[in-house]
Design a protein around this ligand. Sequence first.
Ligand code: GLA
Length: 720
Amino acid sequence: MEYMEPRVLELNGADVQVIVDARSEQVPRIVHWGRPLGLDAAGREAFADASQSQIASNSIDTPVPFSVVPDASRGWVGAPGIEGHRQGRDFALQLSTRSVELQAPSDPRIQTRLVTTLADQALEIDAELIIDLLTSGLVRTRLTVRNAGASPYTVDAVRLGFPVPTRAGEVLDFAGRHMREAQAQRHALTVGTHAREGRHGRTGHDASLLYAVGTDGFGFRHGEVWAAQTAWSGNHRTFVERQTNGRTILGGEEILLPGEVELATGAEYTTPWIYGSYGEGIDGVGRRFHQHLRARDRHRATPRPVVLNTWEAVYFDHQPDAVFELATKAAGVGVERFVLDDGWFLGRRSKQSGLGDWTVDRSIWPDGLLPLAEHVRGLGMEFGLWFEPEMINPESDAARANPEWILSPGHRQPPTSRYQQVLDLQNPAAYAHVKDAIVGLVRELDLAFIKWDHNRDLTDAGHDGGRAAVHGQTLAFYRLLDELHAEFPDLEIESCSSGGARADLEVLERADRIWASDCIDAHERQRIDLWTSVTVPPELLGSHIGSSIAHATKRRHALSYRAMTALMSNLGIEWDLREASPEELEALRGWVALYKQLRPLLHTGDVVRGDHPDPALSIRGVVAQDRADALFSVAAVATGVGAPPGAVTLPGLDPAALYDVSAAAPADGVLQYNGHPLPAWWSTGVRTTGEALGHAGIQLPALAPDHALLIRATRAGEED
Ligand code: GLA
């Protein structure tokens, strides 16, 4: 194929513009990613010319290109786009463009696709670069590298990235651990490479849900923000690299273990998608992810059911009578989906044994699980079951009979974690074993839902007598989910990995819910859910009402706080309702009913968050797409600087519209001092404009720590 018509191209839509300079044989350069610049074709050419930087002092004698695949062969001295070799030779790859084509794919989620074919004829490597501008305004890119030579080509790394302007001066990314996911951290964007790496063989609790850079002081509602996610459930790295020549690249890559990708003649390696989101404030960036995920083919239009999960209610203590009673109690408060968690299969009396033996333990469930499934359905609920398909306990029949199914470096076993090892999904017999077991139980029990868990890091994960296996294992996991979905299109799957350690965009192409954390403490969940929901829309985010003393932290919270926290997402219950008092059950029934009433709004609207100077206040809301209705949650996550807190803004409303604003639920955390009245509107409601609410704000009552308020704003009519 010949290199065609040199051009400066634009990808435009959803208030985003990507301008690509494809005029030379070099890999196309993105010269602008941000708000639309309003340039015609000639203007774009002039702009692309003006974006060429001067040759720096002590530099190579030709301009160094700044492309999506950073090009070391043309003088890029940052991290190179491609690192590879043929047995130690042919390292100096230089890709040149063979063709560039703008396409309008039939996939409604893709607005415009730019496909560039590339090749290094001397080294016999072909490549295809895709840059998509999605209908949501997200941009994404991936590269396929193909070995056209006669000898194997080893790929060590493929890094792709988007340029961000020098005015981006601050980084926001995420740390986290088991029971404490999605902890935001910020620092200055200085010269050098700043990266978040996940080497867990899964996405990771500390994974950057989002790696964002922005103009100084950017917040939820203000400042320009550019953000990336490496959409991959295995090892990965997302980074920003600022060079001394004024260039900054925001990018990502799969971290490949030694020898993991060795391409035989004609074989290919395709990178994960690297997603980018540009917007005003963190909300502007997050909205695009939500729009993209909500447009998935598999996105469920049905109301997101209230779940009861048995884990913190009974743990491994599966006594059929107790579980039947729990189901009856669950139905009584309005639960719609009953999920039997860990503990139902052969030998699974604790974490120490059983994983891999996916048959119902008849010593615990003498009649199998069908009677329970039928009891649950008889109560009008769906039935779901927990699996941890990619894992195996050495203490299991499966491991004893097939020791070669365990991922290991060959000459020794990896350390156990949670007493378990990882099942080699690239081993066809192991794959068939676990798939057949799942298929059998989905059919037999007519399962509506699987909670799909993954509870350990992939340490020393090799197969085939010593080849690193994380890359292949990740692809095999995707294949397994894809095959199950093809066979059972209505089966819903929750992605859980010791809580929120697998919540990336690629798994979300295959999952209907994520379990955001094993910490069900409402205090912690306020933060975890707030930040997780930047990329994950609330209807996909599982959040549960736990028992009054949180198991993870021993904190005690009022039901109102636990419920107001969980109902902002996909509400569930994880509490032994057999121990709840009649008053608690009655109150719980009320919260479940409120959730059901609010979910059409909460699960389709625009998620907004409030910037408030007092970090004790956490402000979240969902505004209907037509802005006629909104619900806000204001939580005090600590004692406030001010009590009362001062004016609080309710963002995202139509500035010109009038709204009726009122309390949406009784608030037992409101503090009243010496018998003096609360702000009058709190009991009577108030009618005011979206501008007044969003810009100036209104006074809220003082709130006790670890309590929340729910506020509803409904449009009363347009202002005169
Ligand atoms: C993990 C999950 C929990 C629960 C247990 C069961 O920790 O995150 O929700 O399912 O496993 O062992």
